[in-house]
Design a protein around this ligand. Structure first.
Ligand code: NAP
Length: 325
C-alpha cells in the first residue's frame, strides 16, 4: 500500500522568481513551505542570458545563476524543494490535494500557484538555432542590447505594438510583420504605432526563416497571398505573438480570465479561498522577474495571514534539514 500523502501548511507550485520569493518569505515566516519546482525547475529565467534589470546586480547576472541564488536563499530558511511536476490538483476540498509525477501526493492547507507563462515562438528551426543570438520575446528585457540596429517585430496584437514602440528608443527602424491584412491590436495602440516615424508594417506576411549564422542578420519573409518571398536585413527579431500561461492543471478548478490567466482579486487571491497566485500565471501586463518576485512576496504574506486567520489544521514542523542541503 502506498504511503498516505504528507500534509504541509503551504505548498508553492512553480520555481521561477515568483515561486522562489514566495517560498523564501513563507520559510522565514516559519511555514516550512514545500516548493513543487517542476522539471526543469527555474522558469523563463533559465532560458535567459544577461539579466541587467534585476536590482542588486550592477554588472548584470545570467538568468540561470539568478534563479540558482534565489533557490539557495529559499532553501537556507527551510524550504523543502521537490523537483517534480504537479500532474493533478484537487482544490475542491480542504486540505487541498496535490499529485506529482513520481514523488507522490501532498495535502496542503494553503497553496500559492506560481507556474508562470511561456512565450509563444514561431517554431522555426532557424529561430531555435539563433534564440539567444538576436531573438527575444521581451523588448523590456532585451531592447537595450539592440542600440542602433534595425529590428523586426512579429505579431499584430497589443504586445507587438507595445514592443515595437518601446524598441524605437534603441532601434534606427522597427518593421512589424503580421500574418494578416488587419491588426488585432486595439485602435489606440495601432494608431500610436502607425504614427511613429521609425515604425513600418509588412502585412499579410510570415517570417519563413531567420537569417544569420552566429547572429541574426535578417529574416526571409513570405507574402502569404502571392507566395512571393523577400529578405529584410535586421540585427534582431522580437517575437510578440502572445504567451501561454501554465494553467493546464488548474482548469475547471480556478477561475481564469478570458485570456487564460488566473483571475485574481485583492492582489493575489484566486477564486478559491486559501489558493493564491503570483507572477506571470496571473499577469499578462508586466511579465518581469522583479514584478514576479514582488508578487511572490505578496502572495506569501497573504497566505500567511490567511492561514493565521483561518482555523487551518496545525501541521508538525518537519525535522531540521540534513547538513549540506
Ligand atoms: P494576442 O492579442 O493574442 O495577439 C497575438 C498576435 O500574434 C496576433 O496578431 C496573432 O495573429 C499573432 N500570432 C499568433 N500566433 C502566430 C504565429 N504562429 N505566427 C505569426 N503570428 C502569430 O497577444 P498579445 O498581443 O500578447 O496580447 C495578449 C493580451 O494582452 C491581449 O488581451 C492584449 O490586449 C493584452 N495586452 C494589452 C496591452 C496594452 O493594453 N498596453 C499590451 C500588451 C498586451 P492573428 O491576429 O492573425 O491571430
Amino acid at each position: 500500500m502506498s504511503d498516505p500523502p504528507r500534509h504541509v501548511r503551504l505548498a508553492v507550485i512553480g520555481s521561477g522568481p515568483a515561486g522562489l520569493t514566495a517560498a523564501l518569505y513563507a520559510a522565514r515566516a516559519e511555514l516550512h513551505p514545500l516548493l513543487l519546482a517542476g522539471v526543469p525547475a527555474g522558469g523563463q529565467l533559465l532560458t535567459t542570458t544577461d539579466v541587467e534589470n534585476y536590482p542588486g546586480f550592477p554588472d548584470g547576472i545570467q538568468g540561470p545563476q539568478l534563479v540558482d541564488l534565489m533557490r539557495r536563499q529559499a532553501v537556507r530558511f527551510g524550504t523543502e524543494v521537490v523537483d517534480d511536476n504537479v500532474t493533478r490538483v484537487d482544490l475542491t476540498r480542504r486540505p487541498f490535494r496535490i499529485e506529482t509525477g513520481s514523488r507522490g501526493s501532498y495535502l496542503a492547507d494553503a497553496v500559492i500557484v506560481a507556474t508562470g507563462a511561456n512565450a509563444r515562438w514561431l517554431g522555426l528551426p532557424s529561430e531555435e538555432r539563433l534564440k539567444t543570438k538576436g531573438i527575444s520575446a521581451c523588448a523590456t528585457c532585451d531592447g537595450f542590447f539592440f542600440k542602433g540596429q534595425e529590428l523586426v517585430v512579429v505579431g499584430g496584437g497589443d504586445s507587438a505594438m507595445e514592443e515595437a514602440l518601446f524598441l524605437t528608443n534603441f532601434a534606427t527602424h522597427v518593421t512589424v510583420v503580421h500574418r494578416r491584412a488587419s491588426l488585432r491590436a486595439s485602435s489606440i495602440m495601432q494608431a500610436r504605432a502607425r504614427a511613429h516615424p521609425k515604425i513600418s508594417f509588412v502585412l499579410d506576411s510570415a517570417v519563413e526563416e531567420v537569417l544569420g549564422t552566429d547572429r541574426v542578420e535578417g529574416v526571409r519573409l513570405k507574402h502569404l497571398p502571392s507566395g512571393r518571398t523577400s529578405e529584410l536585413r535586421a540585427g534582431g527579431l522580437f517575437v510578440a505573438i502572445g504567451h501561454d500561461p501554465a494553467t493546464a492543471v488548474f482548469q475547471g478548478q480556478l477561475r481564469l480570465t478570458p485570456q487564460g490567466y488566473l483571475d485574481v482579486h485583492e492582489h493575489t487571491r484566486t477564486s478559491v479561498e486559501g489558493v493564491f497566485a503570483a507572477g506571470d500565471v496571473a499577469d499578462h501586463r508586466y511579465r518581469q522577474a522583479v514584478t514576479a518576485a514582488g508578487a511572490g512576496c505578496m502572495a506569501a504574506i497573504d497566505a500567511e495571514r490567511w492561514l493565521a486567520e483561518h482555523d487551518a489544521p496545525t501541521v508538525a514542523a518537519p525535522a531540521a534539514p540534513a547538513a549540506g542541503r
